[in-house]
Design a protein around this ligand. Structure first.
Ligand code: HEM
Length: 191
């Protein structure tokens, strides 16, 4: 009894308000304080929000699009220099969409030199030499061809095949003219 009534008397004496009025005003002040605090964010939260805005997560990789037959020269356009185009790479003349592994094949990636090309020879020889960045696999040993085969299996499993390299574009650009297409030793086709 003693403490409660002393406290209520003190409230009335100092504020001139009834205890009910005083506590209602106090509650309202707490609510307003909380609302105003909610309008601001702390430095950590601000940092996180800022990072979300300025550094959006990895962009979604578009679905692979079938290209059909392209020449080696046309394939070069898919080397990552145009960010709107997929990243393509060929093994034994078969073209794969490697866009989902941009960290390997995109500009600045460790294997960017393979992109937009058929680097079968380099893969077979495990070489980064410029002269090996070719689909020409003539003169390779059976062990080297086996290494290349393993790469091909890996790519077949991991990436979608979207086309193949032809030496020249046929005028009607179709692959159903059976007898007119001749696969070269490196997989590139000749019509
Ligand atoms: C210094 C030696 C090398 C190291 C330490 C190394 C390391 C790696 C690692 C850690 C990966 C990622 C594997 C994965 O997560 O699937 C990788 C992928 C790859 N490496 Fe190497 N590598 C080396 C040499 C080479 C060479 C000489 C070639 C061919 C000339 C090569 C071609 C590749 C390719 C094509 C991939 C990507 C495969 C894919 O698309 O999944 N690497 N390498």
């Amino acid at each position: 009894m003693g403490f409660y009534s002393t406290a209520m008397d003190a409230v009335m004496e100092y504020t001139g308000l009834s205890p009910a009025g005083f506590f209602t005003i106090l509650a309202l002040m707490v609510v307003v304080y909380k609302m105003v605090c909610g309008m601001f964010v702390g430095p950590e939260e601000f940092d996180q929000k800022h990072r979300e805005i300025t550094m959006p997560g990895p962009a979604a990789v578009p679905e692979p699009v079938q290209l059909g037959d392209v020449t080696e020269e046309e394939l070069r356009a898919y080397d990552g220099s145009d960010p709107r185009k997929p990243l393509l790479m060929a093994i034994k003349g078969q073209i794969y969409d490697v866009s989902r592994s941009r960290m390997f094949y995109g500009p600045g990636g460790p294997y960017a030199m393979f992109t937009g090309r058929d680097p079968s020879r380099a893969l077979a020889l495990m070489s980064f030499n410029r002269e090996d960045l070719t689909g020409n696999i003539e003169g390779l040993s059976s062990d080297e061809l086996e290494v290349l085969q393993d790469w091909e299996y890996k790519f077949m499993e991991k990436y979608e095949k979207v086309g193949r390299i032809v030496l020249e574009k046929s005028t009607n650009n179709n692959t159903e003219n059976g007898g007119n297409i001749k696969e070269k030793e490196n997989g590139a086709v000749e019509e």
